[in-house]
Design a protein around this ligand. Structure first.
Ligand SMILES: [Zn+2]
Length: 642
């Protein structure tokens, strides 16, 4: 959302200030303040209109609601363009239309893809069918492999041409706003004081040895279960057996990998169902945690307008998200198709974290109504989740009878957190690492898929179950790529949330191991959190971070402190196994695939050409200033789950 103000407000402000006021400094300031007050009101109204239209489309996907997201009045579009004091023409509108339609095509490929279930022959969607099959320990790996390939054939593979066009148009448009490319624009949200990409690489390098411990341990457990023949000699983990379509969370292989299987037998999801929990219970429990810190309850509008369950009889986008309607009257909402499970309890807290941020910075001027940086916004709910998921807290909310004070018990607990949070970190890094190089032209369309797999194999240590080529476009099989949603925020958030958590634990007076800390009902922790949230983006994020944690840097140190007993366990366990700690930076060669006994996968028909003849390339066209309509239609984003 901050994107709108950055692009529109700054040039407009400069034009008006430079154009109108040459008087003394104080008069200048008074005039500027008066001008800004009016601008701020207008900006809130504009954003509200855009968010309303986006919400209406997300909860009821129809052609009519899609059209309503864009301005249809060409004259109005032109007026907004002219307001930026830069000439415009019909070509401008043409370019916007092309960009808008390529984005719609990308999203449609993803949202409408269906895959043949190898068991029944039925065509099934990603959610809930394929997601459930990938997560199910009883589904054979060959079925998972067919789903893995089928999903990529039916989604990403069809997008390749359109994605190339999207990159071309997106870069051209952002250049008009003064950025070299989309990568530079996305990174600008972090106001980097040094090389942002290098900072991220340093964080990853610091963390990688700990990820390797988890990787080798999980490999040692999965190899005997699935059989060595599907594990490449390069020591990669096969991507399709980790319980998740993108191998971004390994939480669903917990039963196969748990360090002490006899020590943690409680099924929290079962307990939630047994106690009669529903989606409202989950949202109320989350609200109550924030309230216990002194942060206030959700607003009446929140409860009236939030969508907690899939709506009947409409097509809707079920990807959980949080929305700020910029009304100054407490209109904040979550859209989520909740199922009563422990993972959804975590998601509920994640989205509630966004809502609390919205609430606390509501009084800031609109351009400051945002996270200190995008990673902050993603980290708030997850910080709360770290406290809520402690066995100590689960007892307090009636989902666990008692805790067992043994090392085994807590190693298991930390391991569950690691399968979800630590396994995610390289994935959280590589999506935008890939996109930055695509946006900057360092990776050409002829290298899209091989560059993607280079990162998947090298960083994440996973390999595809079947050979891949440039006929495939596997990045497109992940929602945020066709959805054009930046991703590095989740990587940053996975370090920040442990920094926030440790700081809040300290404020609450917690003593003992960090992983046992539940700062529930601590007003001291609440005050510190509230202060950070209320600042929004009014200060540089390094100042905001320093105020809460005493450091100005995103750091892996608190995360490493939190997981230390688990890392000690993994180090010992890996010594007793024959699994190497490392894997090849290169993917397995095609010869490995042809030499394995795995039966061939049924391949889908070749992809259709997706670039329509009339749209094509816009070579030679003059790119003009972004109009308000293009901004609203193209760059509007909400805060999604990863
Ligand atoms: Zn989020």
């Amino acid at each position: 959302m901050r994107t709108l103000s950055n692009l529109l407000a700054v040039p407009l402000l400069l034009v008006l200030l430079l154009g109108c006021c040459h008087a003394s400094g104080s008069t200048n300031e008074t005039a500027a303040r008066q001008w800004f007050e009016q601008f701020n009101l207008d900006l809130a109204v504009q954003r509200n209109l855009a968010v309303e239209a986006g919400w209406n489309y997300a909860v009821n996907i129809t052609d009519e609601n899609s059209r309503k997201r864009n301005f249809t009045d060409k004259n109005l579009t032109r007026l907004f363009s002219k307001s930026d004091d830069i000439g415009t023409s019909v070509a401008n509108a043409t370019m916007q239309e092309l960009y808008s339609s390529v984005r719609t095509r990308l999203a449609t490929f993803y949202n409408t893809a269906k895959v043949k279930d190898p068991r029944s022959g039925d065509m099934v969607p990603l959610e809930p069918n394929i997601v459930a099959a990938m997560a199910d320990p009883d589904v054979p790996q060959s079925v998972k492999r067919d789903f893995w390939v089928g999903w990529r054939d039916e989604s990403g593979k069809k997008m390749k041409n359109d994605y190339e066009e999207f990159v071309h148009l997106g870069n051209a448009m952002i250049r008009e706003a003064g950025y070299a490319n989309l990568a530079e624009y996305w990174q600008s949200w972090y106001e980097p004081t040094s090389d942002f990409e290098q900072t991220m690489e340093t964080l990853w390098t610091e963390f990688k040895p700990y990820y390797s411990l988890l990787h080798a341990y999980v490999r040692s457990k999965l190899r005997p279960h699935f059989g060595s023949e599907i594990f490449p000699l390069t020591n990669h983990l096969p991507a399709h057996i980790l319980g998740n379509m993108w191998a971004q969370s390994w939480a669903n292989v917990d039963h196969l990998t748990m360090p002490y299987p006899e020590s943690w037998t409680v099924d929290i999801t079962k307990e939630m169902l047994r106690k009669g929990w529903n989606s409202t219970t989950m949202f109320r429990v989350s609200e109550e945690f924030f309230a216990s810190l002194g942060l206030g309850n959700m607003t009446d509008t929140f409860w009236a307008k939030t969508v907690m369950d899939r709506l009947p009889n409409v097509e809707m986008n079920c990807h959980a998200s949080a929305w700020d309607f910029y009304t100054n009257e407490g209109d904040f909402r979550v859209k989520q198709c909740t199922s009563v499970t422990l993972p959804y309890l975590a998601t509920t807290h994640h989205e509630m974290g966004h809502i609390q941020y919205f609430m606390q910075y509501e009084k800031q001027p609109v351009p400051f109504r945002d996270g200190a940086n995008p990673g902050f916004h993603e980290a708030v709910g997850d910080t709360i989740e770290l406290a809520v998921m402690t066995p100590e807290h689960l007892v307090k909310i009636g989902l666990l009878n008692s805790t067992i004070d043994s090392n085994e018990y807590y190693v298991n607990y930390m391991f569950l957190m690691a399968l979800k949070k630590l396994a995610f970190i390289p994935f959280g890094y590589l999506i935008d690492k890939w996109r930055w190089s695509v946006f900057k032209g360092e990776v050409t369309p002829q290298q899209y898929n091989s560059a993607w797999w280079k990162l998947r194999c090298d960083l994440q240590g996973i390999s595809s179950p079947v050979p891949r080529s440039e006929d495939d476009f596997d990045p497109g099989a992940k929602y945020h790529v066709p959805g054009n949603t930046p991703y590095i925020r989740y990587f940053v958030s996975h370090f920040l949330q442990f920094q926030f958590y440790e700081a809040l634990c300290n404020k609450s007076g917690h003593t003992g191991p960090l992983y046992k800390c539940d700062f529930y009902q601590s007003k001291e922790a609440g005050d510190a959190l509230k202060k950070m949230l209320a600042a929004g983006s009014s200060k540089h994020w390094e100042d905001t971070l320093e105020e809460l944690t005493g450091t100005r840097e995103v750091s892996a140190a608190p995360l490493i402190r939190y997981f230390r007993p688990l890392f000690d366990f993994l180090t010992e366990a890996n010594k007793n196994s024959s699994e190497p700690l490392t894997w090849s930076s290169e993917c397995p060669g095609d010869d490995w695939y042809t030499s394995t006994a795995a039966p061939p996968v049924t391949t889908a028909p070749p992809p259709q050409t997706t670039t329509s003849g009339s749209s094509g390339r816009l070579a030679g066209a003059t790119w003009l200033q972004l109009s308000m309509a293009a901004l609203l239609g193209a760059l509007l984003s909400t805060l999604l789950t990863r």
